[in-house]
Design a protein around this ligand. Structure first.
Ligand code: FES
Length: 180
């Protein structure tokens, strides 16, 4: 039986179709790859027409994404658009030594959360509390008018997290009643 298979393969009757099938598959994969690159390129061009380089970078490579367990400060805010952002703080002697964010919002809310956490890191809480929507917008190089509220969501969530930190600093027993 083994000999029969071998001779069938050796005869070229099997080898030929397998070779041309694999050539076909490679060609299709290449075509798919090319058209995917074209789509990717055109999406990038569309984004660059609307958003600054900084915004695109923070949207595609968000900094500080995630959670901090048992944070020293936590804020969760839902904006009028229905999207929510969370900010987590690690604070040492009133200095924000680490901060992370999470959002279920749009691309510009991701960019805003990424930027506001970058801006807050290393600052004293009272300085970070003053980071405004305008500051986030300026750091991102501006956002289209209809997306400016995403920067407000980020600034407000940071303020909420700092408020939480200060509240617990005043009344540490409240930490036990947190629901996260
Ligand atoms: S549209 Fe809701 S946060 Fe951007």
């Amino acid at each position: 039986m083994g000999r029969m298979k071998g001779s069938y393969a050796q005869s070229g009757k099997l080898v030929q179709p397998v070779k041309s099938f694999s050539r076909e598959v490679k060609k299709m994969a290449q075509e798919f790859d090319d058209s995917f690159k074209e789509v990717e390129q055109s999406v990038m061009e569309d984004m660059e027409r609307v958003y600054s380089e900084k915004t695109i970078d923070h949207f595609l490579n968000p900094r500080n994404l995630g959670e901090i367990s048992a944070p020293d400060g936590f804020g969760r805010v839902t904006g009028p658009c229905g999207d929510t952002m969370e900010i987590y703080l690690r604070v040492n002697s009133d200095k924000i030594v680490n901060t992370t964010f999470w959002t279920d919002g749009c691309g510009t809310s991701i960019a805003s959360g990424s930027m506001v956490t970058e801006m807050a890191k290393g600052r004293n809480v009272s300085e970070a509390q003053r980071i405004s929507q305008h500051d986030v917008l300026a750091a991102l190089g501006g956002l289209p008018e209809e997306s400016e509220h995403c920067a407000l969501l980020a600034a407000n969530t940071l303020k909420e997290a700092i408020r939480d930190y200060l509240g617990i600093k005043r009344e540490p027993w409240k930490r036990a009643y947190r629901r996260y």
